[in-house]
Design a protein around this ligand. Structure first.
Ligand code: COA
Ligand code: NAP
Length: 269
């Protein structure tokens, strides 16, 4: 794909200071985009912006928690002031841990719903005033838990199902303004915090890779490429789609996290 079309475009990544979301930021930075990364930790966003600048990109980092609408609103205002209207918004702030519903306090459940679902709503809703219209592309980073009922993941299943429904409703509400919005559903992606939490230790990682029909873990680059495709001219007729990029894992049914949950309890103790 010709990535030169992203030169000078403004990419804003919520939850963009590490892992998959930062990988997307790096891919766009290499293509010449101007990049804003936002997440809670001031240290992490400063370091992420410095790494993007080292790739030759114009980049800024803004510390804000997606659970705090005023902070998110200020972040979008600052981003537009620096780099103009947002062409591509990636919304991927999330939290996860393995726990059965009975081992989860109401606040534990609420915390993940607040970050993943309410946070995604805050980000999309408050970004709207700053999106390029027509032409903006919004990408939500979802998870297979959105449609695969998964033990030890009641909080994430509920939250990400909401995220994907939000994607579809906003595609309907914003389509006429020339804004597209889609969800990417990553599979198990190597060398990420998310996978470390779901598959702690080598044995769990191997078992996870074995369950994937393509028999390998995903790479951050696999997700970054789909984000670029969606944001590019080639994705111009795609909106409201929930797109697994998971080596076929979604076809293999519910996952059994019993062993991983036991390992994660041992790690925590
Ligand atoms: N099992 C059960 N409950 C847990 C838990 C676990 N492993 N980890 C946290 N909780 C509970 C806490 O006990 C607390 O509930 P309580 O007040 O009833 O005791 C609640 O969750 C909130 O925890 P807290 O640490 O205050 O939340 P936070 O807002 O500081 O952090 C998390 C949010 C818990 C999601 C944290 O893991 C995080 O920041 N994650 C971001 C990174 C990440 O998860 N990456 C992977 C993305 S897929
Ligand atoms: P990660 O590195 O932990 O990424 C999460 C990012 O969100 C971090 O930059 C974190 O930075 C930020 N964040 C967390 N809470 C936030 C909050 N309240 N406000 C603002 N930012 C917040 O994990 P990852 O594994 O790469 O996951 C990235 C996305 O991919 C998530 O949406 C996840 O659900 C999805 N996903 C991952 C996998 C996988 O295999 N890893 C599989 C399926 C889906 P701060 O700590 O600075 O806030």
């Amino acid at each position: 794909m010709d990535t030169s079309q992203f030169k000078g475009r403004h990419l804003f990544v919520a939850g963009g200071s590490s892992g998959i979301n930062f990988g997307i930021a790096q891919a766009f930075a290499r293509a010449g985009a101007k990049v804003t990364v936002m997440s809670r930790s001031a240290d992490k966003v400063v370091s992420a912006a410095a790494q993007l600048q080292a790739l030759g990109a114009q980049a800024i980092g803004i510390a804000a928690d997606v659970r705090h609408p005023e902070a998110v609103q200020a972040a979008f205002a600052q981003a537009e002031e620096n780099f103009g209207p947002i062409d591509v918004l990636v919304s991927g702030a999330a939290g996860n841990f393995l726990a059965s519903a009975l081992d989860m306090s109401p606040n534990a459940f609420k915390t993940v719903v607040d970050i993943d679902l309410l946070g995604s709503f805050n980000v999309a809703r408050l970004a709207h005033a700053h999106l390029r219209k027509p032409g903006a592309c919004v990408i939500q980073i979802s998870a297979g838990q959105s449609f695969i009922p998964t033990p030890f993941q009641a909080h994430v299943c509920a939250a990400k199902a909401g995220v994907d429904m939000l994607t579809q409703v906003l595609a309907l509400e914003w389509g006429a303004q020339g804004i597209r919005i889609n969800s990417i559903v990553p599979g198990p992606i190597a060398d990420t915090e998310g996978l470390k939490r779901l598959a702690p230790g080598e044995d769990n990682l191997k078992a996870m890779a074995e369950r994937v029909p393509l028999k390998r873990l995903g790479k951050i680059e696999d997700i970054a490429r789909m984000a670029m495709l969606l944001a590019s001219d080639w994705g111009s007729y795609i909106t409201g789609a929930i797109i697994p990029v998971d080596g076929g894992l979604a076809l293999s049914g519910p996952r059994d996290f019993t062993a991983a949950a036991a390992a994660s309890r041992r790690e925590k103790a």
